[in-house]
Design a protein around this ligand. Structure first.
Ligand SMILES: Cc1cc2nc3c(=O)[nH]c(=O)nc-3n(C[C@H](O)[C@H](O)[C@H](O)COP(=O)(O)OP(=O)(O)OC[C@H]3O[C@@H](n4cnc5c(N)ncnc54)[C@H](O)[C@@H]3O)c2cc1C
Length: 305
């Protein structure tokens, strides 16, 4: 939209942009506690990733993996990770737009054929010609409450929570493998974050994801209790010696993973000049989110020119 000459403003609830493509800090180490890597099957996203690799914002990751025969050493697409953290992949996208962080949108209000964005502190910004809501479907439903043609189809979408735990170990304790998937009914993913390119670590920095089913059951539990339980399960599964990690912490992605998508790349109402985009529109991965946002941007350009 910037390239087409539009002025774009982004309102982001958190202190940094990137959403579920996220990097967090624990002590001196950084961990990718959301998306682990990205793949680019569509030309647009592949081109973007190639550019990011060329500029040093991303690199290829070749983990020693056993992925239950799904996507192992012979994976079809290279695994791309942000450097020095996953969130670096997203940053260049925001360079030419005005980003307001720490701004949770409370209400979208359309009056006199223009949009006004209201925040929790009862301040507002606007007018805007069009609005693009690029948040998980359950949150989009809250923001688009009055536009039935966009709201109704959203009830088809199902998203699951996902507990993500980051663990710092002073010594290398894991067997010689960097990635483990679908380990048990509780543990879906274990990765040695420090084996990604551009990360430096003496011991091991692990990222562990719980399964959607277990995450749903424990959605309201305290993060400390979840971390203890997940670590005990990982220790058991990998037959680790009884070592307490130097540091560990758990985070819940409440609308983390897509179970059932909408089945359309994006939705846009040219009557209201409002649209929705996200991974949940027609997939479950970062590349689906990228394509969805790209297509919604083009639809907005067409409707305003
Ligand atoms: C644990 C986990 C592992 C994953 N692993 C992978 C992987 O390996 N590979 C892969 O391709 N994908 C993976 N994914 C999925 C990938 O992260 C998503 O597909 C992608 O990030 C979706 O992007 P999005 O822009 O649609 O939504 P999001 O990333 O969720 O971005 C939405 C943004 O909107 C903000 N927001 C929400 N509500 C408001 C509001 N009211 N006001 C202002 N801002 C708001 C949020 O803070 C967030 O920044 C994983 C996801 C999780 C949770």
């Amino acid at each position: 939209m910037r390239r087409a000459g539009f002025f774009v403003e982004v309102f982001e609830r958190e202190r940094t942009i990137g959403g579920r493509i996220a990097t967090t800090r624990l002590g001196t180490e950084t961990f990718d506690h959301g998306a682990q890597y990205v793949t680019g099957r569509t030309t647009a996203f592949k081109t973007y990733l190639d550019e990011m690799v060329g500029l040093g914002y991303a690199a290829r990751w070749h983990p020693r993996a056993s992925l239950n025969g799904r996507e192992g050493a012979g994976q079809m697409q290279p695994w791309i990770v942000g450097t020095p953290g996953m969130s670096s992949i997203v940053r260049p996208l925001a360079e030419s737009v005005r980003v307001h962080t720490g701004r949770k949108v409370h209400t979208l209000d359309r009056r006199d054929k223009a949009w006004h964005v209201w925040f929790e502190d009862e301040t507002s910004m606007g007018p805007f010609h069009a609005v693009a809501v690029a948040v998980p479907a359950p949150e989009a439903q809250l923001l688009l409450g009055r536009i039935d043609e966009l709201i109704q189809p959203l009830s088809r979408v199902r998203m699951s929570p996902c507990w993500s735990m980051v663990v710092r170990l002073d010594e290398k304790l894991l067997p010689d493998q960097d990635v483990y998937s679908d380990m048990s009914e509780v543990i879906r993913w274990i990765a040695r974050n420090n084996t990604k390119p551009g990360r430096v670590s003496n011991g091991d920095s692990l990222v562990i994801h719980a399964s959607p089913a277990w995450s749903r059951k424990t959605e309201d539990a305290e993060p400390e209790a979840v971390a203890d339980e997940l670590w005990s399960e990982v220790s058991h599964l990998l037959a680790l010696p009884p070592v307490r990690p130097t540091r560990m912490t758990a985070h819940l992605w409440r609308h983390g993973l897509v179970d059932q998508s909408l089945g359309e790349t994006y939705m846009y109402s040219s009557e209201h000049h409002a649209g929705v985009a996200g991974d949940w529109c027609h997939g479950r991965l970062a590349e689906h989110a990228f394509e969805s946002g790209d297509q919604l941007g083009r639809a907005i350009i067409n409707s305003l020119t």
